[in-house]
Design a protein around this ligand. Structure first.
Ligand code: ADP
Ligand code: MG
Length: 257
């Protein structure tokens, strides 16, 4: 049997901050339509891992592949791996979307301008085309009426929905979410989870760091549990939630779920 090429594959990823080795050899593959939730205690390396995939942080060792094509990296004089060219970075950042805990909308631009900026500049879309796509995406995430508002005029939940729409506007093949609801007031968490659930149902390929364990269990087809920079446990939601093999994973589940 020939296995399909993963949308994203990582082999033996390592990352240190000074003497502190934060990622100690992470290997993971996401196939088309996979929704992989990454769980683990604070400090276990979840954010660093996601950020390395997008080269927001530079790994020190390892290989990253998108649709079978290896990301070309070379070590700088500190030993950190950098993209070989800006073109490579641009390609990467269009293929892989990133949704931050803190939304990171551009504060000086309207919501609509936040959505059309990168498609126009990077994807070379016409203004009319970018606006048409942006308006459809804002409607999809339920904030069409906010298109001329500025980020500080929106609630946290609305800002995060705008940030997700902005990510979708780049037509990424894979979307990375780093605790997308952690900065939100409790009453706004569900509206954002609802949008992410819709994307999962559309068959989007996603990696999601979250502490919303019920949600992770419902939307993911794979759960990965990080501990001290390594994958300690991995499996289907049923396996990891109901029959965790490692004691640490068992403890984490029982204290958070
Ligand atoms: P998680 O997202 O699982 O909470 P992180 O990836 O944020 O974990 O952090 C993993 C470890 O790396 C922690 O010990 C953290 O203090 C450290 N770390 C993260 N970012 C930096 C940085 N920019 N400089 C130094 N240490 C960092
Ligand atoms: Mg984190």
């Amino acid at each position: 049997m020939i296995l399909p090429t993963p949308a994203l594959e990582v082999r033996d990823l390592h990352k240190s901050y000074g003497q502190l080795e934060v990622l100690k050899g992470i290997s993971l593959a996401a196939h088309d339509g996979d929704v992989i939730s990454i769980l683990g205690s604070s400090g276990s390396g979840k954010s660093t891992f996601l950020r390395c995939l997008n080269l927001l942080e530079s790994p020190h060792q390892g290989e990253i592949y998108f649709s079978g094509e290896q990301l070309q990296l070379k070590a700088d004089k500190t030993g950190a791996l950098q993209a070989v060219s800006n073109q490579q970075i641009n390609r990467l950042r269009t293929q892989v979307g990133f949704v931050f805990q803190s939304f990171n909308l551009w504060p000086h631009m309207s919501v609509l301008d936040n959505l059309i900026e990168a498609p126009r500049r990077v994807l070379k879309q016409s203004k009319a085309e970018a606006i048409e796509t942006a308006e459809a995406l804002l409607a999809k995430v339920g904030i069409a009426d906010k298109r001329y508002s500025y980020p500080n005029e929106l609630s946290g939940g609305q800002q995060q929905r705008a940030a997700i729409a902005r990510t979708l506007a780049m037509q990424p093949k894979v979307i990375l979410f780093d605790e997308p609801t952690s900065a939100l007031d409790p009453e706004m968490v569900q509206e954002v989870l609802g949008v992410i659930r819709g994307l999962a149902e559309e068959g989007r390929t996603m990696l999601l760091v979250t502490h919303e364990l019920n949600f992770a269990r419902q939307v993911s087809n794979q759960i990965v549990f990080f501990h001290q920079g390594l994958i300690e446990e991995q499996g289907t939601p049923e396996q990891v939630f109901e029959q965790p093999q490692s004691e640490r994973c068992r403890q984490f589940m029982s204290s958070h779920y």
